[in-house]
Design a protein around this ligand. Structure first.
Ligand code: GLA
Length: 547
């Protein structure tokens, strides 16, 4: 073989290889028209569905608005690049005003007014599967897959909710529920060991003794359904029954979380988790079989399968309320649809023991203040067993001062709000413990003869709130919402004691944060209240004659 012949053969081989590669690429790109429905999944994380449309190299989502965000990008040489930009509308999402729903999909967690960008970079493995890395501003990249799914899997059709009727009272939550919930601190980045550790700390810290009972596992525990349609935990929560047994062994109760929609909202890990849509009774029975005592039921993707009418909201919640009753197990039912359609007027009819009245709280003064003080006018809708829920506590999460957290706790207790701690109970400072475990303030929240709070006075940023409590007494909160210390007061005779003997009997007053008696002489009480702070009193009629 001479040299030129050798070269020729090498050239021919190279040519053949290149042609094959071009042909392969052509075949691949001819095969991979991404038009259709796709699920983006992350291991032990959530799922996000997209309807994609490909035109040449261009790929864009045509998903119904609000479902999975909107994507646009390219498919070139088997490489997918999609970008989703989501502008958080001012006032939406975490820390939203009463009634505002959190945004679904890619925008969750962005601060109002901020753009959060999510980029999906993928390598096409075959026509039905793409290996993808998802990168979201401010978060660690996540590896997952795009898998082709049917339209019905991606966007199930509405199942008409039941005709409306009143679900009988389950007899639970005679006082506002107390406990702990994973979301505020951990979002969906936590596991079975975290929850067990928190349950241990609930007992060892004294929280259980102070009344905190329910350990609620919020979004992040499901992976999907088994072949029989039974809901199953993911790698972070491999055995939900064993977890319930453990929590019960500590003398506590346990709660879980689902959605009337096909998926939950979407935490930090890829997308939403399995919801109960179309499996309401199956799931209620499973939760009962595992020994769960509490269900938080979060609207999330239900907006994609129901219409956003009051009837569909009430019907969807009633469906689960009835399912929970059918299990025969006492399960506290916590509605979470952010207060839409004045849920306080009909939540009890669905069997609800508590219902969120607002969008999500954030660990910031402006969020807590806006939510908390907007609750007073609807406090009259509370009834024994059926409570307004202005969202979980942020005490101990680090975003507010001790004065602000004392305001948070005092306000929630005056409102008779559920007290669900949202911090890491395993690592509480003494200050956090003194706030969460102020049993004098908790006693106001838990007062058995419930009477609603009312506003006694408001002057600029100073407010005095009053709640009648058992034993011919009043709880009084003097709140300074302003940015500088303020003197706030009230006249003792503004508290209308039932005895009719007022003026002849001595009043007693206790400062519930200083834990000391307060003089009741003179016509009025006055105190200098720090910025964003509170002075909280319990005033009652003493035995002796005074004045
Ligand atoms: C909603 C709820 C939150 C939490 C998250 C989980 O935003 O309001 O309390 O459950 O969903 O994604």
């Amino acid at each position: 073989m001479n040299v030129s012949h050798f070269h020729l053969r090498r050239w021919a081989k190279a040519l053949a290889a290149v042609s094959l590669a071009i042909l392969g690429a052509l075949i691949l790109s001819a095969q991979t028209d991404l038009t259709g429905y796709w699920a983006f999944r992350v291991k032990d994380g959530g799922v996000n569905f997209f309807q994609l449309q490909q035109t040449g190299d261009a790929v864009a989502s045509v998903a119904p608005a609000g479902r999975g965000g909107s994507l646009a990008g390219t498919l070139k040489d088997g490489k997918l690049h999609l970008v989703s930009t989501f502008n958080m509308p001012a006032g939406a999402g975490r820390g939203a005003a009463p009634g505002a729903a959190p945004a679904a999909g890619a925008g969750r967690g962005a601060a109002p007014g901020q753009a959060r960008e999510t980029v999906y970079d993928g390598v096409v493995e075959n026509a039905n599967r793409i290996a993808v890395t998802m990168t979201t501003t401010g978060r660690d990249p996540l590896k997952g897959t795009f898998e082709r799914v049917t339209r019905e899997e991606a966007y199930p059709t509405r199942i008409p909710p039941p005709d409306l009727r009143d679900v009988p009272d389950n007899g639970l939550a005679r006082t506002p529920p107390m406990g702990w919930n994973s979301w505020n601190k951990f979002q969906d980045v936590f596991d079975d060991a975290t929850v067990r550790g928190v349950a241990d700390a609930m007992v060892s810290s004294g929280m259980a003794k102070a009344g905190y009972t329910y350990i609620v596992v919020d979004e992040g525990w499901t992976s999907g359904r088994d072949a029989n349609g039974k809901i199953v935990g993911n790698g972070k929560f491999p055995n939900m029954k064993a977890l319930a047994d453990y929590v019960h062994s500590k003398g506590l109760k346990i709660g879980t979380y689902s959605s009337p929609g096909p998926q939950s909202c979407s935490g930090k890990m890829g997308g939403g988790y399995q919801g109960s849509f179309g499996h309401e009774l199956d799931d209620a029975l499973t939760f009962a079989e595992w020994g769960y005592d509490y269900l938080k039921y979060d609207w999330c993707s239900a907006g994609g399968v129901y219409s956003n009418t009051k009837e569909d909201n009430q019907g969807a919640y009633q469906k689960m309320g009835e399912a929970l009753l059918k299990t025969g197990r006492p399960i506290v039912y916590s509605l979470c649809q952010y207060g839409s359609h004045d849920v306080w007027k009909w939540g009890a009819k669905t069997g609800g023991n508590l219902w969120r009245t607002t969008g999500d709280i954030a660990d910031r003064w402006d969020s807590m203040e806006r939510i908390g003080f907007a609750q007073i006018d609807i406090a009259k809708y509370n009834q024994v067993g059926h409570w307004n829920d202005p969202d979980m506590l942020e005490v101990g999460n680090g975003g507010m001062t001790a004065d602000e957290y004392r305001t948070h706790m005092s306000l929630w207790c005056l409102l008779a709000a559920p007290l669900m701690a949202g911090n890491d109970l395993r690592t509480m400072t003494e200050e956090t413990k003194s706030i969460l475990m102020n049993t004098d303030v908790i006693a106001i929240d838990q007062d058995r003869e419930f009477k609603p709070v009312y506003r006694l006075s408001q002057e600029g940023k100073s407010e005095v709130l009053v709640r009648p409590v058992t034993g011919d007494a009043y709880a009084v909160g003097l709140f300074n919402r302003g940015d500088a210390p303020a003197e706030i007061g009230f006249r003792w005779d503004a508290l209308k004691f039932d005895t009719g003997l007022y003026g002849f009997r001595r009043l007693q007053a206790q400062d519930l944060w200083k834990h000391e008696a307060v003089a009741t002489t003179g016509d009025e009480f006055k105190a200098t209240v720090p910025r964003h702070g509170v002075v909280m009193l319990k005033v009652s009629v003493g035995g002796g004659r005074g004045f």
